[in-house]
Write a protein that binds this ligand. Sequence first.
Ligand SMILES: N[C@@H](CCC(=O)N[C@@H](CS)C(=O)NCC(=O)O)C(=O)O
Length: 247
Amino acid sequence: MVEQHSEGGRYELVYWPFLQGRGEFVRLVLEDAGAPYVDVARLPQSQGGGVQAVLDMRRDAAPGLRAFAPPYLRAGDVVLGQTAVICDWLAARHGLAGANEVQRLAARQLMLTILDVVDEAHDTHHPVASSLYFEDQRDAAIAAARAFTRERLPEWLDYFETIAPRGGHWLLGDRASYVDLALFQLVEGLEYAFPAAMARHASRAPAVLAVRDRVRARPRIASYLDSPRRLPFNEDGVFRHYPELDC
Ligand SMILES: N[C@@H](CCC(=O)N[C@@H](CS)C(=O)NCC(=O)O)C(=O)O
């Protein structure tokens, strides 16, 4: 039985309420584990939710070591930032972080690599500054997206294909882990943002796509994807579809 210390025995995820973003990597772990959690910022502000909940964590209002940016996870005295750290900690508590130290380290390495791709995908639509609107950096975004879709995307897919399992298993072996969930989210996000480029490169990564399909079929994930808790991708998130960037 997993020991939980949070209010009411539930984890508290604090993330921007209107988008999947990096919070989705944490949400997928919670959902696959069947762990009770509250998506705090999706509550009304009168109940401590809304964007203000995120802003409070960004300021010095949270106990413990302040993390710079969301997602945040609270579980009683434990307050964490950084997607990779949160997923690693949560997954270890729910049997989703590998069976031994070697696998846990492999999972961390893969998770950070997946998040590197997420950063690169983000930088295609915001290559100059996150503080500027997309429209104010459109030309630079088109150049960045062209390089990403033509050069980096096939390199990333080739890399993940070399470490993807063969014969129906998971990235770490026989047991699914949070990096399978993260790879699922990465592929879904890339297909949303760059449908044409992904279709063009799909044939180089059949084992990666098979992991995505297996994750999608996991019962708790399938029911989560059908639920209103799974927000659609949109142009406020990390993965954004702008047709002019899908070279
Ligand atoms: N490396 C961090 C990045 C966190 C991050 O960039 N969060 C975004 C939302 S997905 C944000 O709100 N950033 C605000 C900022 O950087 O000021 C992580 O993986 O958690």
